[in-house]
Write a protein that binds this ligand. Structure first.
Ligand SMILES: NC(=O)c1ccc[n+]([C@@H]2O[C@H](COP(=O)([O-])OP(=O)(O)OC[C@H]3O[C@@H](n4cnc5c(N)ncnc54)[C@H](OP(=O)(O)O)[C@@H]3O)[C@@H](O)[C@H]2O)c1
Length: 255
């Protein structure tokens, strides 16, 4: 039986890609869910489907993780009834792909405000309740880009390197409690990620994954489920997963 069965899992960025796959995976394992993203209509549909299919409870919130007040308000409403046992800090994006001296500063703000400050907003709102309860697990979704920069990936890579550093820092700060902090860092995953990066240019997005088999969102959710399902005395601090064809951040076997 799954260790998350009957527990509450909060997933940010649950309207698409890896977050949606986590929602589906944890629902199938019998977890109750709190799902956050900006596109509330997608969450409404997903929640109805998962409640029907698995008989679990799903709470949704249309929330922008960059909006600290909204995050605090939504978190306060959630913890008033139940503190999440697991937080998947997944909401994030890449915006644009430019040399640093040609970069769009609005794109920089979006990435820093979402991937870094958004993750901090959610963590600051939820973690104190886990500490009080002396129970919880936070999984930060980083990236191979946080381990090595790639050309034109500058600010996105920097945000994911910061997430990696925060995973270390958070682990140190919860010493004295049984709370775990993990990072799961994927390479190429075919989701809406590249469509968002290239502002809806579907052809350019598809070209990113041409000639090799990328990870699916379900592959990543599978790894996250492994990390979360381990016994409480076992913590995966950092798990890197890549498609087999992606030998490192530069070398991809393409047909
Ligand atoms: N795909 C890859 O190759 C890859 C590789 C390594 C790491 N990652 C990381 O994996 C995570 C998930 O990305 P994905 O590949 O699943 O992309 P995706 O399909 O575009 O999903 C991104 C999710 O984040 C949410 N989101 C974005 N900005 C948000 C905001 N301001 N407030 C709340 N939610 C927000 C989106 O929901 P709304 O738009 O509805 O708000 C969506 O649910 C990201 O942190 C990404 O950096 C992806």
């Amino acid at each position: 039986m799954s260790r998350v069965s009957g527990k509450l899992v909060l997933v940010t960025g649950a309207s698409s890609g890896i977050g949606e796959a986590c929602a589906r995976r944890f629902a199938a394992e019998g977890a109750h869910l709190a799902l956050w993203a900006r596109r509330g209509e997608r969450l409404t549909q997903l929640a109805a489907e998962l409640e029907r299919a698995h008989g679990i409870a799903v709470r949704i919130a249309a929330v922008d993780v960059r909006d600290r007040a909204a995050v605090y308000r939504t978190a306060a409403e959630l913890v008033a009834t139940q503190v999440p046992d697991v937080l998947i800090n997944n909401a994030g994006l890449a915006a644009g792909l430019s040399k640093i001296h040609e970069g769009d500063v609005d794109d920089w703000d979006r990435m820093i405000d979402t991937n870094l400050k958004g993750l901090l907003n959610v963590t600051r709102a939820i973690l104190p309740h886990m500490v009080t309860r002396r129970r919880g697990h936070i999984v930060n979704i980083g990236s191979t880009a946080g381990h090595m920069s790639y050309p034109k990936g500058n600010v996105y890579s920097a945000t994911k390197a910061a997430v990696r550093s925060l995973t270390d820092g958070m682990n140190l700060d919860v010493a004295g409690t049984p709370i775990r902090v993990s990072s799961v860092d994927p390479g190429f995953v075919e989701t809406e990620f590249s469509e968002v990066r290239f502002r809806g240019d579907v052809d350019r997005a598809k070209a990113v994954y041409r000639g090799f088999k990328p990870l699916s969102a379900e592959d990543v959710a599978d790894a996250i489920a492994y990390v979360v399902n381990l016994p409480e005395h076992v913590n995966i601090v950092d798990l890197i997963l890549v498609p087999t064809a992606q030998r490192n951040i530069y070398v991809v076997d393409r047909e």
